[in-house]
Design a protein around this ligand. Structure first.
Ligand code: MSP
Length: 696
């Protein structure tokens, strides 16, 4: 099959999966997006014309069901859910060149064209389909794939489906796929995944059902309005539709894609179905599909039901976006599963960022200020030591580029940090303070220049991963050139002023760590507790202490008294933040901070609202509280509000209140309101605060 070698063309095309819009951005999807951004920024630094694509998968049964649960039409629902993705990626400093949504006309037009083109080969036919379907995966399973009748991925019952369907004759592509893999052994990366794909295809391929007639939320099949396309046929085509289709200029510049970055869970779709569709349509396949591993949180799978899904913006808000990007790219071997932990993130910030890099920058600038008048000194005659540092920098730039080209950011960063180490050792060994004392000015200048130049190389190489801080570092050492991947030693111009500034990455000491832990909802005394995971003891929450009580039944909920609670006039030897330090005598009527911290107050956005039939005061609300799926709460606020006045408002909810049934509706949480003139007045906040943000 045709597959062009795109290595030497100016265009570089990198994609993320398009994310299902019923979810909210979480650390897993942020991980793929940040990785794609790192590769895009790296290639831009090398002067390539980059197209970085991300977007949203907005069709299919799963989305239709989520919209229904939220009480919205599918289009209104996807429009509402799309904004947080754009916002999250911007907050994480991701720089996509395009953001495609599968409900856009430009996409639908190209997908229908692709379908028609494949149909002319005779490899799309109509038949009957019967198998087990999991809407979570939007995929069919055979009986033997199920575990106890349940989907092996989502662990919930699969549904038996018998339906008329169009099929793609995938079975006819087995040989052609195997030939293609043999000719392009690095099509799937890492190599171990290529072997899995080959084994899967060798074991035989069944024809693929590619249409649905049992629901309408999809792209109509050309010439048959009773069918919509299978969501994966629709979704995979985004990589071509975003370029404008085969006749567009962008298609000629960027197709075939250099790499589709995907999680290992969706490799089969990208490495088997997608190239088969492309072969059928006579189009080249992408150069690489890279399957990265899965992130767990402190060893636990991220899942909405465990409520340990980390809100990436919140994380970046606490630790800084560059630190989070660095941690994710450095700590996890890209391609393998990895674990996110608060303690490991803090460890990386302190050791790698504050110590190794921050220190090298700080001490070098301090030395230049003290010993060279605060300006970049002349490079002078480099001695043995300077030459060795230069060679180390050149080796590192070559190696780091190779690693980034091969999608191994962790290894690139490892190499760059080894150079930081060399830089620090260089300064120690050269002892510029001694050279100054001995009046060896030319030697002193050569040493300081080399240290600054090495820093310039390090900062340029870290730009793809830490764009913000790397730019700050460059400006502090007087580098004003447009950034490019470092190639020629000696780019710094002497005479330019250096600037000391605050530490690039302040160390996170124990107190700050506890403060951040509280902000993130982690148990401060146990930093290994999953971020965002509710603590076991938080269940008996102090509902009676909330500022205003909205849920009508809430006033009747007795404040749950913890068995060992000595809140009023007690003698518990706890400090204000429950750190177990010196004994603090409790004052009657005051609560210790850790009791307040147990209340999970969050910002939520009202997605839909309606009156509860036969209940004067009750309104049922569907809210986005940052859980990744809408939740229902019932509130006694109808005396002041009409349901439609509430839609779109950002409110404050107590998210970890025990669920209660009100008029047969389970209310999962309580909104805050102040009672004024006998009527509840709901607390609202500014529009831009994202749902799920913790109120503390
Ligand atoms: N819509 C499909 C993809 C269609 S692409 C043509 C889909 N969407 S998804 O929202 O479920 O996102 C899947 C991707 O999110 C994964 O493949 C992976 O890139 C990322 N991740 C989701 N959870 C993850 C982790 N816990 N860890 C790492 N990445 C994960 O599938």
């Amino acid at each position: 099959m045709p597959q062009m070698d795109s290595a030497n063309r100016p265009g570089y095309y990198v994609t993320t999966p398009i994310y299902y819009v019923n979810d909210v951005p979480h650390l897993g999807t942020a991980y793929t997006t940040i990785a794609a951004d790192v590769f895009a920024r790296f290639q831009r630094l090398r002067g390539r014309q980059v197209h970085f694509l991300t977007g949203l998968d907005e069709h299919g049964q799963k989305i239709a069901e989520a919209a229904e649960a939220a009480g919205l039409e599918p289009k209104a629902f996807v429009d509402r859910m799309a904004a947080p993705f754009r916002e999250a990626w911007a907050a994480l400093d991701a720089t996509p060149d395009d953001f495609i949504r599968t409900t856009e006309d430009r996409h639908q037009r190209v997908v229908q064209g692709l379908w028609s083109r494949i149909a002319t080969t005779g490899d799309i036919y109509k038949g009957m389909y019967e198998d087990w379907y999991c809407t979570g995966c939007e995929a069919y399973y055979t009986e033997k794939d199920l575990i106890g009748g349940k989907c092996p991925v989502h662990e919930r019952p699969a549904t038996k489906m018998r339906t008329e369907s169009y099929f793609f004759r995938l079975s006819a592509y087995q040989e052609r796929l195997l030939q293609f893999y043999a000719a392009h052994p690095d099509f799937v990366l890492p190599a171990s995944r290529m072997n899995e794909v080959v084994r899967f295809v060798e074991s035989g391929l069944r024809d693929l059902s590619i249409s649905r007639a049992n629901f309408r939320w999809g792209i109509p099949v050309p010439g048959d309005d009773d069918h919509v396309m299978y969501v994966w046929f629709d979704a995979l085509a985004n990589y071509v539709s975003a370029l404008g289709g085969e006749d567009a200029a962008d298609y000629r510049t960027f197709w075939p894609a250099d790499v589709h970055l995907v999680g290992k869970d969706i490799l089969r779709f990208h490495a088997v179905y997608w190239p088969a569709f492309l072969i059928a349509a006579g189009l080249p396949a992408p150069r690489h599909v890279f399957a990265h591993g899965w992130l767990t949180i402190n060893g636990q799978k991220m899942s909405k039901s465990l409520r340990n899904v980390v809100e990436p913006r919140r994380l970046a808000g606490c630790y800084g976006v560059d630190a989070v990007r660095y941690y994710l790219m450095r700590d996890v071997n890209f391609g393998l599963d990895g674990d996110f932990s608060h303690a490991a993130l803090v460890g990386r910030i302190n050791a790698d960022l504050a110590n190794d890099l921050g220190n090298l920058l700080n001490r070098t600038i301090a030395l230049v200020e003290k010993l060279a008048g605060g300006v970049v000194p002349p490079a002078g005659e480099p001695g043995e030591r300077e030459r060795a540092l230069r060679e180390a920098a050149e080796r590192t730039a070559k190696l780091a580029a190779e690693e980034l080209d091969a999608f191994r950011p962790h290894r690139a960063l490892e190499a760059i940090w080894a150079l930081c180490g060399e830089g620090n050792r260089f300064v120690d060994a050269a002892a510029p303070w001694a050279l100054a004392k001995a009046g060896k000015t030319a030697e002193l200048h050569a040493v300081l220049y080399a240290a600054l130049e090495a820093l310039r190389w390090i900062a340029l190489m870290t730009l793809p991963v830490m764009p913000g801080k790397a730019r700050v570092a460059l400006s502090r050492i007087g580098d004003v050139e447009p950034p490019a991947w470092p190639a020629a030693w000696g780019g710094l111009r002497s005479g330019v002023k250096v600037v000391r500034g605050d530490p690039l990455f302040p160390r996170i000491d124990a107190d700050r760590e506890k403060e951040l832990a509280l902000m993130l909802g982690i148990d401060a005394g146990a930093p290994e507790t999953a971020v965002g995971q509710p603590r076991a003891e938080a269940r008996g929450s102090d509902s009676g202490t909330a500022a205003g009580v909205a849920g009508p039944a809430e006033p009747s909920v007795a404040p749950a008294q913890e068995p060992n609670r000595t809140l009023l006039g007690g003698t518990a030897a706890e400090s204000l933040r429950g750190q177990g330090a010196a004994a603090t005598q409790r004052v009657e009527g005051l609560v210790p901070y850790d009791h307040f911290a147990k209340l999970e107050l969050r910002i939520a956005r009202v997605l839909a609202a309606e009156k509860v039939p036969k209940a004067d005061k009750l309104i049922r609300l569907s809210i986005d509280a940052g859980d990744g799926e809408p939740r229902t709460i019932v509130a006694g606020i109808a005396a002041r509000y009409q349901p439609e006045q509430l839609v779109g408002k950002r409110i404050v909810v107590l998210a970890n209140l025990e669920p209660r049934k009100l008029r047969g509706i389970e209310s999962r949480g309580m909104l805050l309101a102040a009672t004024h003139d006998g009527k509840p007045c709901v607390l609202t906040v500014e529009d831009e605060i994202p749902p799920g943000t913790r109120v503390s």
